[in-house]
Design a protein. Structure first.
Length: 575
């Protein structure tokens, strides 16, 4: 064996590597990142040589290449049931969701190799499940320019996948095959920690690594309290002992962060926000784009070691809080769909930045922002990490979904949602939602015209459901996911992503000259509607002057108007 000393790995205690398992990152002295093919070949070789490592195919991807997961266990037992019975901590580490941010790809290769070669210790009660490259299509679309502000490596992948989707916006709509593959793996292994390795854009500062942890109020329950009061502080303390001043993800892209910032609000579309729905502790390491690639990879390696150490040492508390919250959520009667920050309750953190200012741009001759690295500072700044409910809904007993909505039903099933099907046509008392108003983006967002600011009218009705239609009880592990996916006012609900847009279009109408006579007859036999029509004419000048608007008003309040128009086709069963 040849001893190789790499300057970029001095913090890893002068590790000696086997010649055959030197990564492209190490061979290039920290200048290059492994390609997708190199990463998979590397793990195949590790799998062949070491009993502690096994690489498996997870499922298909949009790129036509399989998604892989690489497992590491000290005892070489890859039976998931055995892990759960033994109370092992399962850490799911995702790399390359944005392949232009490849730090985790290279750090994970070295981490698993070093664990297999016993150069670092992975405790017996920890299982590692590593996604070598999640966005394979983006990784294959390799270039050296798309991350215009990033300091290395020499080449890297592209943010969009084969469909040009940002996969870190795909975890509710699940448009990509690789997302659906990862979701199925998620529910198969039920990770205690989810770690999604990234590189951060934004302001300049001294910190090499920042950390986006699940927003603790949104996580809620015992888990949220434990994360905020114990877990995050322990992570920061361990990283500080290793020479890294870890701060929360610098969520400020419009201003300099000198005076503090608000925590990132992670909706369920994001991988980390999705983790909240299934009571998994989630972390997004964000190395700083302007730091050299070798420093970023080394910091990522160290942070993963920290996660392993803390997961092992505090496994009892971590797993206990997860179990307690899962029991509590089954009994929970109301759920928050939307959150807002509370700016009255900041915490203070030590932020190491650079003095900023403005100078004349050589491009536009107008003022431009710059940071002066010759003027570093360290100061206490406010961090706004308290969020309060902005919209709360009561949980129903169940939802009824007509079988025709196959895209929605398939996504529910992929997420482990248990359903039952009606054995015969049935009339069922429900609460229906009618879509009163909503806003839609003017340009497509991740392949959809996303809806927001949705308001609804609730009506108690009896609906006729058919044999084979679905009933989804909320008394199951996926309760929070079910509610945030199916309540139409939730920001990442299936309605928001346009899965039910067909109900927003009216299918039948009338001919004015024919319906005039029918309307007159209808008003004579329904004086209460005539009163409502006259009252509206008195308060709405435009309405009073429009024969078309008045005819339509009567039409919409008559049995001629189609019941299904604007009616959300998922029904709440309250009893």
């Amino acid at each position: 064996m040849k001893r190789i000393l790499l300057p970029v790995l001095l913090s890893l205690n002068y590790i000696t590597f086997a010649q055959s398992f030197i990564t492209p990152f190490e061979q290039s002295n920290g200048k290059q990142s492994a390609t997708y093919e190199q990463a998979i070949s590397f793990y195949n070789q590790l799998d062949d040589k070491y009993d502690q490592i096994e690489m498996q195919v997870v499922g298909p991807t949009d790129a036509g290449r399989p998604l892989h997961v690489v497992y590491y266990t000290n005892d070489g037992d890859f039976n998931i049931t055995d892990w759960k019975q033994a109370g092992k901590m399962v850490l799911l580490i995702n790399n390359g969701i944005h392949p232009g941010e490849p730090d985790g790809i290279d750090a994970s290769m070295m981490l698993l190799r070093d664990a297999a070669e016993r150069k670092i210790k992975v405790p017996d009660n920890v299982v590692l499940a590593v996604i070598p490259v999640f966005n394979i299509g983006g990784a294959l679309n390799r270039n050296s320019y798309s991350r215009a502000n990033q300091n290395g490596p020499e080449a890297y992948g592209f943010r969009g996948n084969s469909q040009n989707l940002d996969l870190n916006r795909d975890f509710m709509k699940m448009d990509a095959k690789e997302t659906r593959s990862l979701v199925k793996l998620w529910h198969k292994i039920d990770p205690d920690f989810f770690i999604d390795n990234h590189v951060s854009d934004g302001a300049d500062y001294q910190h090499i690594m920042t950390l986006l942890a699940t927003q603790h109020d949104k996580l809620g329950g015992r888990m949220g309290k434990y994360l905020n009061e114990k877990l995050e502080p322990m992570i920061c303390e361990d990283m500080k002992r290793s020479g890294y001043d870890l701060v929360p993800y610098v969520n400020d892209f419009k201003n300099t962060p000198d005076s503090g910032w608000t925590a990132f609000y992670e909706r369920p579309r994001f991988a980390s926000g999705y983790a909240v729905l299934f009571q998994t502790y989630s972390f997004v390491p964000e190395t700083h784009m302007l730091k050299p690639f070798d420093q970023r990879v080394t910091a990522t390696y160290k942070l993963m070691q920290t996660f392993i150490k803390i997961a092992s040492e505090h496994s009892d508390e971590i797993q206990r809080t997860r179990k307690q919250d899962r029991v509590a959520i089954i009994a929970q009667h109301s759920f928050t769909l939307e959150w807002k920050e509370d700016t009255t309750k900041p915490t203070f953190i030590t932020f190491k930045g650079y003095q900023s200012g403005y100078k004349k741009s050589e491009v536009s001759n107008l003022p431009r922002l710059y940071y002066d690295r010759n003027k570093p500072f360290s100061r206490q700044v406010p961090f706004y990490n308290t969020f309060v409910p902005a919209e709360v809904v009561p949980a129903p007993v169940a939802y009824a979904i007509p079988q025709t909505w196959v895209k929605v039903i398939s996504r529910l099933k992929d997420n482990g949602v248990h359903t039952m099907r009606l054995e015969k046509d049935s009339d069922i008392a429900v609460q229906s939602y009618y879509i009163k108003d909503y806003e839609t983006v003017k340009k497509p967002y991740e392949g959809h015209y996303l809806h927001s600011k949705v308001s609804v009218i609730k009506k108690d009705q009896t609906v006729h459901l058919l044999k084979g239609d679905y009933i989804v009880s909320v008394d199951q592990l996926a309760k929070r996911y079910i509610i945030e996916a199916l309540e139409p006012t939730a920001p990442d609900a299936f309605f928001a992503w346009g899965f039910f847009d067909a109900v927003l279009q009216q299918k039948e109408y009338y001919s004015d000259y024919v319906f005039e006579d029918e309307t007159a007859d209808y008003l004579r036999s329904h004086p209460e509607l005539r009163q409502a029509l006259d009252a509206k004419k008195k308060t709405d000048t435009a309405f009073a002057k429009s024969a078309e608007m008045q005819l339509d008003f009567v039409y919409r309040h008559s049995p001629y108007y189609e019941l299904e128009h604007m009616r959300y086709p998922v029904f709440r069963i309250e009893h």
